[in-house]
Write a protein that binds this ligand. Structure first.
Ligand SMILES: Cc1cc2nc3c(=O)[nH]c(=O)nc-3n(C[C@H](O)[C@H](O)[C@H](O)COP(=O)(O)OP(=O)(O)OC[C@H]3O[C@@H](n4cnc5c(N)ncnc54)[C@H](O)[C@@H]3O)c2cc1C
Ligand SMILES: *[C@@H]1O[C@H](CO)[C@@H](O)[C@H](O)[C@H]1NC(C)=O
Ligand SMILES: *[C@@H]1O[C@H](CO)[C@@H](O)[C@H](O)[C@H]1NC(C)=O
Ligand SMILES: *[C@@H]1O[C@H](CO)[C@@H](O)[C@H](O)[C@H]1NC(C)=O
Ligand SMILES: *[C@@H]1O[C@H](CO)[C@@H](O)[C@H](O)[C@H]1NC(C)=O
Ligand SMILES: *[C@@H]1O[C@H](CO)[C@@H](O)[C@H](O)[C@H]1NC(C)=O
Ligand SMILES: *[C@@H]1O[C@H](CO)[C@@H](O)[C@H](O)[C@H]1NC(C)=O
Length: 542
């Protein structure tokens, strides 16, 4: 057993509340960490207590985090990084959005196994030092996977990709990117269901849903997890699957985000996959009607050829001084121009990268159109598929964007996808996920507003323009009975209240699961970032 040295005893007088019946010191000692020094003075590590006791802002400096980070440094040499060090700068550079890279944790910690993750959660409880978890770091808004003055747990070192003996399941660490996973499985002509851009992480994408090129064939990423290895609020390491924790955690982790535990391994079903076909076609804006018609047709035709996938994005090209349309077309087989895309072939395009390509190479192509290091915002809404609504949406996008075209470095994308009947059908697999969508209401239209820009001074204007697009299009849709409540976590902004949008019954069930596995709300209050069970991450409006 490691006894933590006297250096840290001085911090022992922290006002830790103790009205909860959970012995954090005992839990730590099971992992060979003797933190009893910290708890002397009659205080036991626990999270429950009055709001005032738990208000981190009122605490003395960052004394809890000093202890927690210091302990992690001692236990796991070389895996922590503090401000001013090159390692810390390297960590900050690992975020896709500049808005997240600006957040400064007390320390970064890179665990190498699930025990180290459990020890981190327990140390956070003991010291009340808040934490955030980072997988691929692609969430767009501040504090989603980074935390001011707390511990940011970067899963990067947990990057195993291991096939089960019969190759039906790939065990994947949350430190991987999808590019790494697809590349590792490529030699075996296998794939798993995950992201479409190389550098996206396994963790965030899979816990929020996860739309893949192959979702028509197999469903979303969250519907293709056989087993989750999870560290709970008590520091337990659980296997969560159809046979174990089926009716609670296995349900909740399929769409519930970071509210239930830290997933230390995703065991994903594998599928045969060789070369495919795909790329982007770019159209001038006068083809809008043709492309929107083609999108509607695809939404309804998709079940006739579920190997096809489609993304339609409206964007502004400064060089041309005008708007453009990009249609990303993909097909699971190495066959060019499958007939389901005829309408996209018929409209006249100005460029085309479609080709027979490997999955990893296609994710690299799309990676290059999503540069990192810029200020970013994502917003979402869901609608019924309707041509008139789509025309209104595209007009509204241009109206709002025209108001902010002077914003330096503006990259405004308005991205339209369909949630097809097949994708919805797979959401009932293994007892069903938490998202609250059903096959009968499909196909659906999924909006992802994705804007980038250069300067913090423009944050408010950009965010307000995006919010207007969401509000106005949803209002227009609602008047016509075309608005849906569902908000896709992975595309939502910090002003959107995602979990309740899964419907009252799902929301209530998720709250109940959290109460069972995390009665004192560790993942609600000690991990405050991202979409909690109640309320948007940031209250109010931009
Ligand atoms: C360029 C780009 C392309 C995208 N492409 C797609 C796509 O093809 N399909 C799609 O569905 N979405 C896509 N998205 C959206 C994407 O799913 C979200 O941005 C998602 O949050 C990214 O996951 P991450 O692990 O990289 O993010 P992170 O920022 O690391 O994590 C997001 C949230 O998940 C939590 N989290 C991460 N790992 C764990 C874990 N192991 N245990 C517990 N909590 C965890 C984090 O704490 C954080 O709150 C894309 C986004 C971008 C920016
Ligand atoms: C933990 O360390 C303290 C001294 O700091 C010691 O008194 C105690 O016996 C240790 N507990 C265990 C379980 O080793
Ligand atoms: C992120 O957290 C910081 C510090 O707690 C806070 O000041 C800021 O407003 C948060 N940002 C967002 C977008 O929630
Ligand atoms: C993968 O597919 C290619 C092309 O069909 C084939 O040549 C190769 O032998 C396959 N590899 C394995 C491991 O099955
Ligand atoms: C759009 O404009 C281009 C170039 O001006 C032209 O070639 C094309 O035919 C137009 N398409 C439609 C549908 O009007
Ligand atoms: C594409 O164009 C061909 C030839 O003009 C036409 O026969 C076909 O119906 C069109 N298909 C679609 C889906 O628009
Ligand atoms: C993806 O793009 C980023 C730059 O935005 C780059 O650093 C990274 O290497 C790219 N990833 C791959 C796999 O090409």
């Amino acid at each position: 057993m490691r006894v933590l040295p006297a250096l840290f005893i001085a911090i022992a007088a922290l006002p830790i509340s103790s009205c909860e019946d959970f012995d954090t010191v005992a839990a730590l000692s099971k992992y060979g960490v003797n933190a009893s020094n910290f708890a002397t003075g009659g205080s036991r590590g626990s999270v429950a207590g009055s709001p005032a006791e738990n208000d981190l802002a009122t605490r003395d400096e960052h004394s809890g985090c000093k202890y927690a980070c210091g302990t992690l440094s001692l236990l796991y040499h070389g895996n922590t990084a503090y401000p001013q060090s090159p390692a810390y700068h390297f960590e900050e550079a690992g975020y896709w959005s500049a808005v997240q890279a600006e957040v400064e944790p007390y320390c970064f910690f890179e665990p190498e196994d699930s025990v180290a993750v459990a020890v981190t959660v327990l140390l956070s409880r003991l010291t009340q030092c808040p934490f955030a978890v980072k997988s691929g770091g692609h969430a767009a808004f501040a504090n989603a996977s980074n935390i001011e003055g707390g511990i940011t747990v970067n899963m990067a070192k947990m990057n195993e990709v291991e096939l089960s003996e019969d190759a039906s399941v790939a065990k994947i660490g949350p430190g991987n990117t999808w590019y790494g996973v697809y590349t590792a499985l490529e030699d075996r002509n296998l794939t798993v269901i995950g992201g479409r851009v190389a550098d996206i992480g396994i963790g965030g994408l899979t816990l929020g849903g996860g739309v893949s090129f192959f979702s028509g064939l197999y469903g979303w990423a969250c519907d293709n997890v056989k087993n989750y290895q999870v560290v709970t609020a008590q520091g337990a390491i659980l296997d969560v699957n159809y046979d174990s924790h089926f009716d609670d955690l296995y349900y909740a982790l399929r769409g519930g985000g970071n509210n239930f535990g830290i997933v230390t391994r995703f065991d994903l079903y594998t599928y045969p996959q060789g070369m495919m076909w795909g790329g982007s076609r770019v159209y001038l804006i006068n083809e809008t009607d043709a492309i929107l018609n083609a999108l509607v047709k695809f939404a309804y035709d998709a079940p006739s050829d579920p190997g096809a996938a489609l993304i339609v994005a409206f964007a502004y090209a400064e060089q041309l001084g005008g708007y453009l349309i990009a249609a990303d077309l993909e097909y699971a087989k190495p066959e060019a121009n499958p007939p389901i895309f005829d309408a996209f072939q018929n409209a006249s395009y100005i460029s085309d990268t479609t080709k027979v390509v490997s999955l990893p190479d296609l994710t690299v192509e799309f990676n290059s159109s999503n540069p990192s290091g810029l200020r970013e915002t994502y917003w979402t809404a869901t609608y019924k598929v309707d041509l008139d609504l789509l025309q209104y949406m595209v007009a509204e996008y241009q109206t709002q964007t025209n108001n902010i075209l002077d914003v330096a470095g503006l990259g405004p994308s308005f991205v339209l996808q369909t949630i097809t009947a097949d994708e919805l059908k797979y959401m009932t697999r293994n007892g069903g996920n938490a998202l609250g969508l059903s096959e009968e209401e499909g196909p659906l239209l999924l909006l992802d507003i994705a804007f980038w820009w250069n300067d913090a001074a423009d944050d408010e204007r950009v965010l307000q323009a995006c919010k207007n697009m969401v509000d106005n299009t949803l209002a227009y849709a609602a008047e016509r009975g075309l608005a849906k409540e569902y908000l896709y976590m992975n595309y939502a902004s910090q002003y959107q209240n995602v979990v309740p949008s899964y419907g009252a019954a799902n929301h209530a069930k998720l709250v109940e699961v959290a109460r069972k596995y995390d009665p004192s709300g560790v993942f609600q209050r000690l991990q405050p970032g991202y979409f909690k069970l109640d309320g948007a991450p940031t209250e109010g409006s931009p």
